[in-house]
Design a protein around this ligand. Structure first.
Ligand code: BGC
Length: 686
């Protein structure tokens, strides 16, 4: 019998479960185990081509022609859809810098639409691994160093993608924050740091209804993540009540198919290898795995296939939607909001056309389509607006723009000297960071720019005091050698297909920059936790980024949450609803935010909380929430801050539960994690 799959759409959750069980009852054991690995043969047919021309078609798993069950059809991300020639957004780290989950949800809607338009029903690009150290090669694929920011942005992407009827997959579960040794590294971590720092953002995606989770390549406490009973069964499926299915990271995620099934994995991707039907059938016969576990995995897969069985009744997901003007406009909006103004002495920026008749643009990156790495997240958009194209289109005939590639420093200096302002483009490319591909990418060797680039910056700045540096890259860049010598610095990340337009708009004042750093920019590498790209063993704890800076009393170059604009804001009057909050209650406070400048601007109001005299070791403060406000000049808005007291809990390893301490807490509200940008008050939980 063949099911009429289209007629099974629109079921409610009870109906979905019943129907999934009914379909399971129709399946032979052979058919069931076939659901648990990718459909493509590794060494024949489309297998090799799929890897060489990665994801040129959706990657299928679990098609059953006899019963008419469609496959999950995978496409990768996160900076857009990897298939075809799709809209290329700024990378996730840039999107983290928008601190704007509403906008990220719209990114998700575009991504979901373009996935469906190209035949996929499953998006594997919700990457929410925590940036523990900025050298991590795949930093660009994630949203930053803080679990609250990661959770808010990841859940927003999930909601957006899934609103189009596409299943989303959050990855890589868990502790996947090093690249070169990703297949070999064993991360040691204690239960508290695991629960408090490395897992909350995954829980947020589960609570948002994510259809699927991808296990990581690395080991945690000696066990492969894709076979990890504690992570996959105890925490994800049992404690968090995750109803979706878990896939392996591709090819190398599973090492032992029996351990994987027992550990809680549901599908080995993308090929039939360790979990191929023959192996699983043998294992069932030998009582190494039970049929009950197989049934549970198949039910999980069927339930999501039924839940996301939403035929395109209104013809919304047509091919012409891929990289259509409306989608490119979203990419431009994100790029505008992701750029972080790090320094702007003497209000050098924005460059007024009247005072800048002659502008020198220096550095090869000015003319490069620098949109991110060349690994599994690579998107091939139909066009990329380079900074040079953006600048020349922006200024039109109002000023003369000259270009120098910066290779010959003396001649670049000569170009800069006669200009009214010099703009240097510098940073990272797919060659020095990204997914590790033997010939490119990988974890970064150094966190600063190359010595040659630093010399270029210093020499140009010495010749022209009106020098602006625009940085590109996937995470923090150390600027110590030259930061004090230039008046203005912008962080533009990998800004996507419309990035050049956005950069020009910020430089020339069409856009007031509002991006805020999603990770600390340190002064020196020794302000960071231990990192060795070649190590096979590492210990993670609760301290990295601003948590570590606070603990050690270090002053970073630019703090987490920091960013300037062309206007200024002032925070005043933190007032509590009640200063004594019940452990089951909500901390309710208000703060006045005023735009003290002369143009409209957008501020990110950040709330941190620290426990005073805790019974356990805790960070000085941790981000607990954030909000965005757009204010006209001189406008004041009262922003409401609400933090459930349960969010202040620590994980008690003895009772294996979350504990809200009755204690005194400090509430910090302001524009960055730096003390000087925060108002501090206190309240009591009890
Ligand atoms: C990456 C995943 C990716 C998968 C499929 C792996 O190498 O780690 O993020 O989704 O390949 O391309």
């Amino acid at each position: 019998m063949t099911l009429d799959w289209n007629s099974l759409s629109g079921l409610e959750s009870q109906g979905i479960d019943e129907k999934a069980r009914e379909i399971l009852g129709l399946m032979t054991l052979q058919e069931k185990v076939k659901q648990l690995s990718g459909d493509v043969a590794f060494l024949s047919g489309k297998g090799p081509k799929l890897m060489l021309r990665y994801n040129y078609i959706p990657i299928p798993a679990g098609e059953n022609k006899r019963l008419g069950i469609p496959p999950v059809a995978f496409t990768d991300g996160p900076r857009g859809i990897v298939m075809g020639s799709s809209t290329c957004f700024p990378v996730s780290m840039a999107r983290g810098a928008t601190w704007d989950p509403g906008l990220e949800e719209r990114v998700g809607e575009v991504i979901g639409t373009e996935a469906r338009a190209q035949g996929a029903n499953y998006f594997g690009g919700v990457c929410i691994n925590l940036l523990r150290h900025p050298a991590w090669g795949r930093a660009q694929e994630s949203y930053g160093e803080d679990p609250v920011l990661l959770g808010a942005m990841g859940a927003a992407l999930v909601r957006g993608v899934q609103s189009t009827g596409v299943m989303a997959c959050a990855k890589h579960f868990a502790l996947n924050s090093m690249e070169n040794m990703r297949f070999k590294i064993d991360v040691t971590i204690d239960e508290r740091a695991l629960r408090e720092i490395y897992l909350p953002h995954f829980k947020k995606c589960v609570d948002a209804g994510v259809a699927s989770i991808m296990g990581a390549y690395n080991k945690v406490n000696g066990e492969q993540c894709c076979q990890h009973k504690h992570l996959l069964r105890d925490i994800l499926k049992d404690e968090w009540n995750f109803q979706g299915f878990v896939i392996s990271d591709f090819i190398f995620g599973v090492r032992d198919g029996i351990a994987a099934i027992n550990g809680g994995l549901d599908i080995e991707m993308p090929f039939k290898m360790h979990m191929k039907p023959g192996n699983l059938l043998k294992a069932i016969k030998r009582c190494k795995i039970t049929e009950t576990l197989i049934d549970d995995s198949v039910l999980r897969i069927l339930r999501q296939k039924l839940r996301f069985n939403l035929p395109d009744a209104s013809n919304r997901f047509t091919r012409d939607k891929v990289a259509c003007p409306e989608h490119e406009a979203v990419a431009l909006e994100v790029a505008r909001k992701s750029i972080v103004l790090l320094k702007n002495d003497g209000s050098l920026l924005p460059l007024a056309a009247s005072a800048n008749k002659n502008v020198a643009v220096i550095g090869r990156l000015a003319k490069a389509a620098n949109i991110g790495d060349h690994g599994s997240s690579r998107v091939r958009p139909p066009h990329v607006i380079t900074p040079w194209e953006g600048i020349t289109a922006n200024v039109k005939d109002s000023c003369i723009v000259s270009y120098h590639d910066g290779k010959n420093v003396a001649s670049a200096v000569a170009t800069a000297r006669i200009a009214d302002a010099a703009i240097i483009f510098a940073g990272m490319t797919w060659k020095n960071e990204g997914e590790y591909l033997m010939s490119s990418g990988g974890d970064r060797n150094v966190l600063s720019l190359s010595r040659a680039t630093e010399t270029l910056i210093e020499s140009v700045a010495a010749a022209n005091p009106r020098t602006i540096v625009v940085l590109e890259g996937g995470s923090a860049i150390i600027t110590e050698n030259w930061r004090e010598h230039v008046p203005a610095i912008l962080m533009a990340w990998y800004p996507g297909m419309e990035g050049g337009t956005a950069i020009a708009e910020v430089l020339f004042g069409n856009v007031n920059p509002s991006g805020r750093l999603p990770c600390v920019f340190p002064k020196t590498p020794d302000q960071l936790p231990f990192f060795d790209k070649h190590t096979r063993k590492i210990t993670y704890d609760s301290y990295h980024g601003y948590r570590l800076m606070d603990k050690k009393g270090h002053e970073p170059a630019f703090s987490f949450g920091f960013g300037l604009g062309y206007t200024t804001f002032k925070f005043n009057n933190v007032v509590f609803g009640e200063e004594l909050v019940h452990p089951g209650g909500i901390i309710d406070a208000r703060v006045d935010v005023t735009n003290t400048g002369t143009i409209t601007g957008e501020e990110t109001v950040q709330t941190y909380v620290g426990c005073v005299n805790s019974a356990v070791d805790r960070p000085v403060k941790e981000l607990k929430g954030f909000d965005k406000v757009v204010l006209e000049p001189a406008e004041t808005r009262t922003v409401v801050i609400e933090v459930p007291a349960s969010d202040l809990a620590y994980y008690d390893v003895v009772s294996r539960s979350w504990t809200v301490e009755p204690a005194k807490y400090q509430l910090f509200v302001g524009s960055s994690s730096s003390d000087k940008d925060l108002l501090a008050t206190s309240f009591q939980v009890g």
